[in-house]
Design a protein around this ligand. Structure first.
Ligand SMILES: [Zn+2]
Ligand SMILES: [Zn+2]
Length: 345
């Protein structure tokens, strides 16, 4: 089968590999029907994910059809259409039982697919702990509608869930990339009084204006003032920082009102400074880290009910055989790309 492979720092290549086989009674084999490329794949390519293992097939955003299951897999059966979770988790350890599946203690726990073990930019993928990692796609929901459930949409859903959003709140979301937009969609489900998105790219601003006209938009240089004017208590009640570039961490806590919740979803390439003397008395609550992707069933239900629609994010589509070109466009932000879909016939 064809598999897009992390050859070594700076280099991915489309290679011919054998179809994966089940290794454990909790494994499932999934035929990938639709996949995508994530910014984290680019982090692997650029060598900033040290735990990524050269030789592995990359890709951790995909949907497909179950081909084969181990004898202890009960949640799905061959023929089921499924979403694949970016995280593999055992469902039994302390962290899993508390919903903190990102920190699952299993050797395959956390983000393993397409990083430490073979992922889904391929024709087939072996999914460990399939009872937890696969969710059946409801009748009437297309592959395109379900594509982001296991990764960026799970991230947005988790960010909105942990941010303690109330109806009178002004919520500031910093960054309107794909994960920022997924976060926006999930924040909208909470119906806060104002949602403000801070973004500098004109293309992304246009996208938000076109698809979500009720959302307020500001640019980084005017963000603090704009938030102050559009909130009741001198700053945002909730800030969700998704951008992860220079200065956005500082912007996040500066735009927050005293006693606000600041949720940091972003993955920074550099260490950030927490200037405690400057924020003394502001009494902020910071929440940080990687998604606990354990709400996929609920997210799929919301999609089936028409309450979340991420299909506008798919701006480009390529067959797996042309994945190099898909990467070129995604990596270089060409042609107004937001997300690409990789199709297997
Ligand atoms: Zn990802
Ligand atoms: Zn676990």
């Amino acid at each position: 089968m064809l598999a897009y492979t992390y050859v070594g720092p700076g280099r991915f290549a489309l290679q011919e590999k054998p179809v994966p086989v089940l290794k454990d009674s909790h494994d499932a084999l999934v035929r990938v029907t639709l996949g995508s490329i994530c910014t984290s794949d680019l982090h692997i390519k650029h060598g900033s994910v040290p735990r990524a293992v050269p030789g592995i097939t990359v890709g951790h955003e995909m949907v497909g059809i179950v081909e084969q299951v181990g004898k202890d897999v009960t949640a799905v059966q061959p023929g089921d259409r499924v979403t694949v979770n970016v995280e593999t988790f055992c469902g039994e350890c302390f962290f899993c039982k508390n919903g903190y599946v990102n920190n699952c203690e299993d050797p395959d726990g956390g983000w393993a697919l397409g990083c430490r073990i073979d992922g889904g930019q391929a024709e087939y993928v072996r999914v460990p702990h399939a009872n937890q990692g696969l969710n059946r796609i409801p009748e009437g929901v297309s592959d395109e509608q379900a594509l982001f459930v296991g990764d960026i949409l799970a991230t947005g859903f988790w960010a909105a869930r942990i941010s303690e959003i109330k109806q009178d709140d002004t919520v500031l979301i910093i960054g309107a990339g794909p994960t920022g937009i997924c976060t926006l969609l999930c924040v909208m489900l909470k119906h806060p009084r104002h949602i403000i998105v801070c973004e500098k790219s004109e293309e992304r601003i246009r996208f938000i204006r076109e698809h979500y006209p009720d959302v307020l938009i500001t640019r980084p240089d005017e963000c603090k003032e704009f938030v102050r004017k559009n909130s009741a208590h001198g700053g945002a009640d909730v800030v969700i920082e998704v951008a992860g570039v220079d200065d956005t961490f500082r912007m996040a806590w500066e735009c927050a009102r005293p006693n606000a919740v600041v949720t940091v979803v972003a993955l920074y390439e550099q260490a950030q400074v927490l200037p405690l003397p400057d924020m003394y008395g502001k009494n902020l609550t910071f929440k940080t880290g990687g998604v606990d992707g354990c709400d996929c069933e609920e997210i799929l239900r919301l999609i089936a009910d028409g309450r979340i629609d991420t299909t506008p994010l798919i701006t480009h589509s390529f067959p797996l055989s042309e994945i190099e070109e898909a990467y070129r466009i995604f990596e270089n932000h060409l042609d107004g790309v937001i997300k690409v879909a990789i199709k297997n016939s």
